[in-house]
Design a binder for this molecule. Structure first.
Ligand SMILES: Cc1cc2nc3c(=O)[nH]c(=O)nc-3n(C[C@H](O)[C@H](O)[C@H](O)COP(=O)(O)OP(=O)(O)OC[C@H]3O[C@@H](n4cnc5c(N)ncnc54)[C@H](O)[C@@H]3O)c2cc1C
Length: 326
């Protein structure tokens, strides 16, 4: 027996089979429900259950406040209907771009810069991500953050880490070349600079989590924010760090900006022993008066939020983007 789902305010209808999440069912029927990671970590598919019942599966706890939960909010990629539902949810334009690869730029041992030229203007807000369809796998998409502000030449730059046996990243590091075409989704996501806050800024980036943080920093510099900005950038080994010279140059150009690289592997560092990301951040605190921007693995983000909260930081000042594996 399948369940009927009505989406408000559009009135669009689709069905879900038992065991399917609302998002899975929507995507299977080409209903363009707004979503991001599809694994409970980004919150882009947040909606509201207006009528009906279901089971809310696991998601990153900070995505919904207790008040939102009490008001019926749900993370729809992890919400499985147990009756017919009427939900409130956003739909997206299912718009796609074709983009030619302009350049592949090795940035570190396992990190590649990918420069693309979309076939028409590609609008985005610094901090957002796009999705790339994996070549040869129709309908299979991977999310990547845009690593800069919109540019006058219209190019789009990504920073991509090689995942072990990764469907897309293995192609990127082995087969893809300049001139090949990729299909892109529209930019999405809520991670962005909050320019009107009066607070100083703390940025924490792990691995390719640096990509949207660089975009947000470029935006802060372009707006001449006079708030102090601290960036801590962590990788496992020193050879996994990238853009260090660029970030050091930014620190020389912008007196309000400081940059601290860290590595967690003590055997591969010119610093005496390991200088791990979160302990280093906390040594340089206190941070409770800062606006915080975090990007990296869900584990790093949860650990950082927990640490900051235990040091009296207010959750309203935290902005984060979790790179959830697919
Ligand atoms: C909103 C968002 C933004 C993102 N932005 C970026 C970005 O800017 N740069 C970037 O490099 N990635 C980013 N990611 C992660 C990216 O979408 C892919 O998950 C990643 O590139 C792996 O894809 P793949 O096809 O190569 O590997 P898959 O085929 O998806 O995975 C292959 C194997 O590797 C494992 N795996 C995947 N990722 C990791 C990992 N990080 N560490 C350890 N094991 C892993 C998988 O569990 C699986 O076993 C983002 C994710 C999200 C949700």
């Amino acid at each position: 027996m399948s369940y009927q789902i009505i989406v408000e305010p559009s009135g669009l209808r689709f069905t879900a089979e038992p065991g399917q999440s609302v998002l899975e069912a929507a995507l299977a029927q080409d209903v363009p429900l707004k979503h991001g990671c599809a694994s409970g970590s980004c919150g882009d598919c947040k909606g509201k259950i207006l009528e009906g019942d279901g089971q809310q599966g696991a998601f990153l706890p900070l995505l919904l406040s207790p008040e939102e939960r009490a008001a019926g909010a749900a993370i729809l990629c992890k919400f499985k209907p147990e009756s017919d539902l009427r939900i409130q949810a956003e739909l997206t334009r299912a718009e796609h771009w074709q983009a030619g690869i302009v350049a592949l730029e090795p940035l570190a041992a396992d990190v590649m810069g990918l420069w693309l030229k979309p076939d028409r203007a590609f609008p985005f807000i610094p901090g957002q991500y796009l999705r790339v369809e994996v070549p040869g796998h129709a309908g299979v998409w991977r999310s990547y953050s845009l690593a800069h502000r919109p540019r006058t030449d219209g190019l789009v730059g990504l920073q991509i880490r090689r995942a072990p046996n990764g469907l897309f990243s293995t192609q990127l590091f082995g087969q893809l070349k300049a001139g090949d075409q990729l299909t892109l989704s529209a930019a999405q996501g809520e991670f962005r600079l909050h320019p009107d806050s009066p607070r100083d800024i703390l940025c924490i980036a792990a691995g390719t989590g640096l990509a949207p943080i660089e975009a947000i920093l470029e935006e802060a510099f372009a707006r001449n924010l006079d708030r102090r900005i601290h960036l801590f950038f962590g990788a496992k080994r020193e050879r996994d760090l990238y853009h260090v010279q660029k970030l050091e140059a930014w620190a020389r150009e912008h007196p309000n900006f400081t940059f601290t690289p860290t590595v967690s592997d003590p055997e591969d560092s010119h610093w005496a022993g390991a200088r791990r990301l979160l302990p280093t951040v906390m040594q340089h605190g206190p941070w409770q008066d800062h606006e915080v921007y975090l990007c990296g693995s869900p584990g790093m983000i949860e650990a950082a939020l927990e640490l900051l909260r235990s040091h009296h930081s207010n959750m309203d000042q935290m902005h984060f983007d979790a790179f959830t594996p697919n």
